[in-house]
Write a protein of this length. Structure first.
Length: 482
């Protein structure tokens, strides 16, 4: 879900979808999401490829040092300065190269015609509300395999391959079916329930680990005029940031795998039903901030930062995206989702953390070696530290935080990962089936349920129907956990 989902998108400073990105990773409901498949149609004859350069120790990918490079970034919660700084490093290494860098929130509508015409940019940060459907792009063979980048020497240590410097799960997240790696998620996002430790202390409460405790905390907050929860009501695919890992906690990670695999009746698992009913109880008891279904991600985050609600499901980009409204004494914190009770399959601390902000090199790029080299530069210690210090997020590089004073949100995210240990889940449906996740599961199912327009049982039935339709749709490339 990147600055995704979803992770980290949207108007103003939005990102993440997800979606993961998100992050993810993307952030606002994309107008014309149904057009996503069109952006991956195989039109055009392609453009003239740049002649490859000579491979050397300093140029392991064989970049043509005078070839033009075009880099299009999603302009979301992470901003564009970190990428502009990385471009300067590329230009320093290849002073004869002309680099065209641009940033936009309209990834799909801006780049769809260019994919169709066969002249896409060389590197794209495919994130935000208008994220192009990754499953479609991979299925239509529109992306270059990034294995040459992953097998190249790392920027800082030639004795290590790039793949050996990455955080766990980054390579796997870029795979869809087999060994090729189509996507490099640059950010590393912690998804969960974000809150102000100061606000909880003011209630003389700790973060609730069971649902009974959650309801107790929300009831206490309500008496003081504070809502228990808010969320991006217009873009309710933010709800899974805490709901999916809760489902895994209650029923085991295999429940999420079956959902990802579009298996029949996967959404009818008792753990799904129980978690839906728990969230619906927040609505029924009046613990959701009034008007939340009409709020976008920025409005809900602003209300939360101003103390109108205790909890918000989000990704770690929220610290940077809401920096202008989070008070200095907020004491930002994140927790893995609350479970039901002691019968849950996985321990408290089970959390969703994964790569976000997905970067791709189009198959028909004129300078694919340059696109991959720009990514290699971005995965250097210097670029990673710059990214983390400027946008308050971990990068895909397993390191890159030495000498940086971690912000409250980063500290909280690192602590949550430490607590989770091996109990980190990584749902794939947000990147395997973007339209299903956002428009149908998110808006059509969870959004309707949390607005009180359908019951949990109706939401389960409706979402299972959406999943079944996707499973039977022969025009969709299907993926499964191996």
């Amino acid at each position: 879900m990147g600055s995704t989902a979803a992770q980290h998108g949207g108007e103003g400073v939005g990102r993440r979808d997800l979606i993961k990105r998100t992050a993810a990773l993307g952030l606002v409901a994309a107008p014309g999401m149904g057009l996503l498949s069109a952006c991956a149609s195989s039109g055009g004859d392609g453009q003239n490829k740049a002649k490859a350069g000579k491979k050397t120790a300093k140029n392991p990918l064989g970049v043509n040092d005078s070839a033009k490079l075009e880099f299009v970034l999603f302009d979301g919660g992470f901003g564009k300065e970190y990428a502009e700084d990385a471009v300067k490093l590329y230009e320093k290494d290849f002073p004869k190269a002309e680099v065209k860098f641009s940033a936009t929130q309209k990834i799909q509508s801006t780049l769809q015609p260019r994919f169709n015409q066969g002249n896409p940019p060389d590197l794209i940060d495919n994130s935000g509300a208008e994220q192009m459907d990754m499953g479609v792009l991979v299925g239509k063979k529109q992306l270059a395999d990034l294995t040459p980048l992953l097998d190249a020497p790392s920027y800082d240590d030639p004795s290590k391959k790039v793949r050996d410097t990455l955080r766990p799960g980054i390579v796997e997240m870029g795979q869809f079916d087999g060994d090729p790696v189509w996507i490099l998620n640059y950010a590393y996002t912690v998804y969960g329930v974000w809150y102000s430790q100061k606000a909880l202390d003011g209630l003389d409460e700790k973060y609730p680990e069971t649902w009974d405790e959650m309801l107790k905390v929300c009831a206490k907050a309500k008496k003081k005029g504070i809502a228990g929860w808010t969320y991006a009501g217009k873009y309710p695919y933010y709800l899974p940031f805490s709901l999916y890992p809760m489902i895994a906690k209650v029923g085991g990670r295999e429940v999420l795998d079956s959902i990802d695999n579009l298996e029949p009746n996967a959404w009818k698992h008792p753990a799904v039903k129980a978690c839906f009913e728990a969230y619906y109880e927040l609505f029924k008891k009046g613990y959701v901030l009034r008007g939340t279904p009409g709020l976008d991600h920025i409005q809900s985050q602003t209300a939360w930062a101003k103390g109108k609600a205790l909890f918000i499901p989000n990704g770690s980009w929220v610290e940077n995206e809401s920096a202008n409204v989070i008070p200095a004494d907020f004491d930002l914190a994140v927790s893995a989702p609350t479970g039901l009770d002691s019968s849950d399959k996985l321990p408290f601390g089970t959390i969703w953390a994964s790569g976000g902000e997905p970067f791709v090199v189009p198959a028909k790029a004129a300078n694919p070696e340059g696109g991959m080299e720009q990514l290699r530069v971005m995965l250097s210690e210097a670029s990673s530290r710059n990214f983390t210090s400027k946008v308050k997020s971990l990068s895909a590089l397993n390191g890159g935080i030495d000498g940086i004073e971690l912000t409250p949100g980063l500290k909280a995210g690192v602590a949550a990962l430490d607590k989770a240990g091996d109990n980190v889940v990584n749902p794939r449906i947000p990147d395997w089936y973007v339209q299903l996740e956002k428009e149908k599961i998110g808006v059509g199912g969870l959004g309707e349920m949390m607005a009180g327009r359908i019951t949990p049982a109706e939401a389960v039935k409706k979402i299972q129907g959406f999943a079944d339709e996707a499973a039977k749709d022969s025009s969709i490339k299907h993926y499964k956990h191996k």
